[in-house]
Write a protein that binds this ligand. Structure first.
Ligand code: PLP
Length: 462
């Protein structure tokens, strides 16, 4: 299996190379040259399998000959061993034909653990075999950073630097990033918002001298291996609701478009998905784009669902690549225009996007009301991100079962949940002491040179 860049101007790579690289050298994102398919029988055969067994069947065709079957099974087993729920991704029912896929039973209580725990094990295996070291730099709006730190802490061939927007993540998200004591973990609080963090990360990748000098590797949701890990739970949940004999729809609380893009891949693999609904908070660039065809940056307004506070949605580029008939030059042109603040999606590409995706937006008031209402209606406590999903899904309920993805545990956002429903969700017992632990964090300016110097200095000290 070969991987190609969405901007058509970078070397083709194997799965392992694409995973270790992250962003392509032409600024694009890696995607498989073609999407392997599962037959209806293959999909039906997932019924009754454990999450790990299903993960092996779904991901195996994408990794090519990077690992033997036994090696890959071992990697998957280690990745999900730290989850606190034996089903890994359990489904609960909210209402007639509306289900919630709980993706928050991993070590940092957000769905990012599904991808990050796997990528940690994949990196460890590959780097040990190649006898190499890498520097991982990630940008986070809150959950990616803690998930990355939890996945890579203590690994001898990796340093992990996480950039987060100073003052714009929840206390628990910050504590999860700043309390690990491992020497290879570096939490950096950047003076700016999440888009600034993400822009600095891109700049580092485009500075080839720095990139090669520190052996930079990316684990943001642009990393193909992360998208791949997320494909699995679309299949397992759909199969438990009767797929492939019955269609299923999904609503996905969306920021960087990684999670919902994984749903699109599941559909391309052959899973009969009726609708894929993009749910945004008040930072609704994707919803506006789906409505108008114009992708226009407007700046971020902080919300109670901070992991979706985003204006440049990186993985959307992968959907655009397909919508433009896999024309890398056309995508490169759009991204060029985006540097000036906006681009217009062609009519043909919009039609393709609308074939696959619907969209909706939830305001802050609607999100709060949804948290309160669901608790009253069925006792389920939603985090604000999941509540955005449930609210948007409401407009799409019908005969086809709807699965809304619950992307974080409510206890990760206790202030917002308490304000909405009057009771404070408790952290799971194994994390209860986290708020009392000492923090280790470095404040950094929104400046590329200063950041690169700091990273080089830290690595030299190790
Ligand atoms: C990251 C995140 C999202 C958004 O996921 P994307 O893949 O970036 O679209 C939604 N909810 C939570 C809790 C998250 O951590």
């Amino acid at each position: 299996m070969k991987y190609i860049s969405t901007r058509g101007n970078a070397p083709e790579l194997s799965f392992e190379e694409a995973m270790l690289t992250g962003l392509a050298r032409d600024g694009g994102l890696y995607v498989p040259e073609s999407i392997p398919t599962l037959s209806a029988d293959d999909i039906a055969g997932l019924a009754g399998k454990s999450y790990e067994e299903a993960a092996f069947v779904v991901m195996r065709p994408f990794v090519g000959d990077a690992f033997t079957d036994e090696e890959f099974k071992g990697i998957i087993a280690r990745a999900y061993a730290n989850f606190r729920h034996d089903a890994r991704a359990p489904l609960v029912q909210l209402a007639p034909n509306h289900y919630l896929l709980e993706l928050f039973h991993g070590p940092t209580l957000a769905f990012k653990d599904f991808a990050m725990q796997l990528i940690g094990q994949l990196f460890q295996f590959s780097l040990a075999r190649r006898n190499e070291r890498v520097t991982i730099v990630g940008a986070t709006s809150g959950d990616t950073g803690s998930a990355a730190i939890e996945a890579f802490r203590g690994l001898s061939n990796v340093d992990v630097f996480i950039l987060f927007p100073d003052g714009r993540v929840s206390d628990i998200q910050r504590k999860q990033m700043t309390t690990p004591e491992d020497a290879n973990v570096h939490a950096l609080a950047l003076d700016g918002d999440f888009d600034d963090c993400q822009a600095k990360l891109k700049d580092m990748f485009n500075d080839f001298e720095f990139r090669d000098g520190v052996k930079l590797a990316g684990v943001n949701s642009i990393n193909w291996a992360r998208v791949l890990a997320q494909v699995v739970y679309y299949l397992t949940s759909a199969v438990s609701l009767g797929a492939p004999h019955r269609k299923v729809s999904f609503t996905v609380p969306t920021g960087n478009f990684g999670d919902i893009f994984a749903g699109y891949i599941a559909k391309k693999m052959g899973l009969p998905i009726e609708r894929l609904v993009i749910a945004t908070n008040q930072n609704d660039i994707l919803h506006r784009t789906m409505e108008s065809g114009a992708y226009t940056k407007e700046g971020v307004t902080p919300s109670i669902s901070p992991s979706m506070d985003i204006q440049v949605s990186s993985n959307f580029e992968r959907a655009l690549f397909d919508a433009y008939g896999r024309d890398g030059n056309a995508v490169a042109q759009l991204m060029e225009e985006l540097n000036e603040g906006a681009f217009a999606v062609s009519q043909g590409a919009m039609e393709t996007l609308r074939e696959h995706f619907d969209s909706g937006r939830a305001s802050e008031d609607e999100t709060n009301a949804t948290i309160a209402n669901e608790f009253t209606a069925c006792g389920e406590v939603l985090c604000p991100h999941s509540a955005v999903g449930v609210k948007v899904a409401d407009a799409y309920l019908g005969e086809v079962p709807m699965v809304t993805l619950a992307t974080a545990h409510p206890a990760k956002f206790p202030d917002a949940v308490e304000a909405a429903m009057g009771a404070r969700p408790a952290l799971p017992p194994h994390m209860a002491d986290m708020m009392d632990k000492d923090e280790r964090v470095t404040r950094v300016p929104n400046d590329l040179g200063a950041l690169e110097a700091l990273i080089k200095e830290r690595i030299a000290q190790r």
